[in-house]
Ligand binder design. Structure first.
Ligand SMILES: Cc1cc2nc3c(=O)[nH]c(=O)nc-3n(C[C@H](O)[C@H](O)[C@H](O)COP(=O)(O)OP(=O)(O)OC[C@H]3O[C@@H](n4cnc5c(N)ncnc54)[C@H](O)[C@@H]3O)c2cc1C
Length: 495
């Protein structure tokens, strides 16, 4: 039996980051992944000669001093990052707005939309930024998150005045910020915020916990771009970095169960058994609960119910002709068919088109396109198996309708189409019932409870990372969360 300090389950970005940080800090770490390739929801897979990004397409954390640029410098991840302009173009029936990488330029562009009140808008974004900056400083520096050492407490005391604006918006929905600045009646702001909050904190502005949503609004401006060749290349780059740092990565090696035995964890995998003092599970809490023995006795029930109030994804993977879009065209489109309907079920889609010079991704100069929309899982699970299939097919039809109205170039010269559903995500990435994207950050004080802020330990030496726990959804957030748990563990392991 192989002995290790830590076994990490799952090579999504949470598990990759935890493994790399642990290896950097000198731990003997083994990362087990069930698929033959890393990245999970942020991987690139090949089908019939096309390379598609499975889910996540926009990448963040590449700005100066940020996690991925630090790792790129330290480990030469062998990846080209394209910082795009525009990053995203949002299209509705009445207006479109392209989001440049420069935040001030973005605000000025927003101010030019019909009937905008520039002064109120600038004040709105000023308030938002004060909150976002404080939170991103916490997220970027794990030592400022619990458990706090003496130095961290002193640093917090020194910054206490800066926390005032954050506290003011805690326990309130993002829409309160719109009201506060007298912008309630101006639809473009509500639409923009609903759309951005839906893809970041997974809830529309009237439901989103304001401080988290305000931080997530700056996601586009924090070293965000595209991984040339597909996001999976970055996952491979991290995999190689883990190995070079002394860690071991075992692909195609599913973890079947974990059992507590004589002060250790025994990890039963498809290929072998591993004994470790600590486990970092980068899976959903429901999967960990099924794997663990003795039973976790509800230790993760709060996270499980948050996951169950969340979302799945319906997908279209398309290939379009070489001349279907004329360059330079925006590579990321956020399309809204009907602004008066909820931003899900195909009425709101996120599309990512491969770049013209990503020749490996499709034959004959074609471009690949990954398109996603939110599926409310409570609604899906209220249906029987056949009705579920029909429901997802209806959503996919609505996605095609939204495309034909807002981005007809993506359907007019179609060469290939493949669909996916929550069931597909469950089958490929082992995500319990196909829940993806992270738990919704709906309004409430529970997000600030100690249990929600500490690294999540489900049983002695059994930690949960990934998008169901802090820092939450997105490749950057799960990576920061994984690295932060690794640093916490390193102090306990005395490596
Ligand atoms: C459609 C869609 C679009 C998105 N768009 C973006 C975006 O543009 N930008 C962004 O930043 N984020 C985006 N996200 C969110 C982002 O993809 C996720 O928050 C993040 O990738 C989750 O990473 P994770 O490590 O928590 O989990 P996962 O990616 O799910 O990783 C878990 C890993 O564990 C493996 N696994 C499961 N069970 C086992 C087992 N028993 N043994 C071994 N391995 C196992 C899985 O195969 C998987 O590789 C998107 C998500 C979706 C679904």
């Amino acid at each position: 039996m192989r002995d290790a300090d830590v076994v990490v389950i799952g090579a999504g970005f949470g598990g990759l980051a935890a493994s790399l940080r642990l290896a950097e800090l000198g731990a003997d770490v083994v990362l087990c992944e069930t698929l033959r390739y890393p990245g999970g929801c942020a991987s690139t897979f090949t089908r019939q000669g096309y390379q598609f990004e499975a889910g996540a397409t926009l990448f963040s954390g590449l700005g100066e001093g940020q996690l991925f640029s630090r790792w790129n410098e330290a480990w030469d991840l062998g990846v080209r990052f394209d910082l795009l302009d525009p990053l995203v173009e949002m299209r509705t029936a009445r207006w479109s707005l392209s989001v440049p990488p420069d935040r001030d330029a973005f605000i000025e562009r927003f101010c030019k939309l019909p009937n905008a009140d520039p002064e109120a808008l600038r004040a709105f974004f000023h308030t938002q930024r004060r909150v976002a900056d404080v939170l991103w400083q916490l997220f970027d520096d794990p030592s400022l998150l619990p458990p706090l050492g003496g130095t961290s407490v002193l640093r917090h005391l020194g910054r206490s005045l800066a926390y005032g604006p954050v506290v003011r918006w805690m326990g309130r929905p993002l829409s309160d910020l719109i009201d506060h600045h007298g912008l309630t009646g101006w639809e473009p702001l509500r639409i923009y915020l609903d759309a951005v909050s839906q893809i970041t904190v997974q809830a529309p502005s009237a439901e989103a916990e304001a401080p988290f949503a305000m931080a997530a609004m700056d996601y586009f401006f924090r070293g965000t771009g595209h991984v040339h060749g597909g996001i999976g290349r970055l996952a491979w780059g991290l995999t190689e970095a883990i190995q070079r740092a002394g860690g071991e990565v075992q692909l195609a090696n599913r973890v079947k169960g974990v059992r507590r035995e004589a002060g250790h964890w025994r990890v039963d995998t498809r290929n072998a058994e591993i004994r470790a003092g600590t486990i970092v599970a980068n899976v959903l809490p429901q999967s960990l609960s099924t794997m663990a023995e003795p039973a976790l006795n509800g230790a993760l029930s709060d996270v499980e119910s948050s996951v169950e109030s969340g979302w799945g994804a319906a997908m279209l993977y398309l290939a379009i002709g070489p001349d279907a879009v004329s360059d330079p065209a925006p590579q990321h489109l956020q399309l809204i068919d009907d602004e008066s309907e909820p931003f899900m079920e195909g009425n709101h889609v996120f599309c990512s088109i491969s770049a013209a010079d990503e020749r490996d991704r499709a034959p004959g100069g074609q471009r690949t396109v990954t398109i996603s929309t939110h599926v409310p899982m409570t609604k899906l699970h209220d249906l029987g198996p056949e009705a579920q299939g029909r429901y997802v097919a209806t959503i996919q039809d609505r996605m095609r309708q939204t495309l034909s109205r807002r981005a007809p170039a993506l359907v007019d010269d179609l060469k290939f189409e493949m669909t996916a559903s929550p069931r597909t995500f469950a089958r490929f990435t082992g995500r319990h019932r196909g829940y993806v994207g992270g738990v919704p950050r709906r309004v409430g004080w529970r997000h600030y409870r100690p249990r929600a802020l500490w690294p999540r330990e489900a049983a002695p030496g059994l930690f949960l990372v990934g998008d169901s726990v802090l820092l939450g959804q997105s490749t950057l957030a799960v990576a920061l969360g994984g690295a932060r748990t690794a640093e916490h563990l390193a102090t306990r392991l005395s490596v």
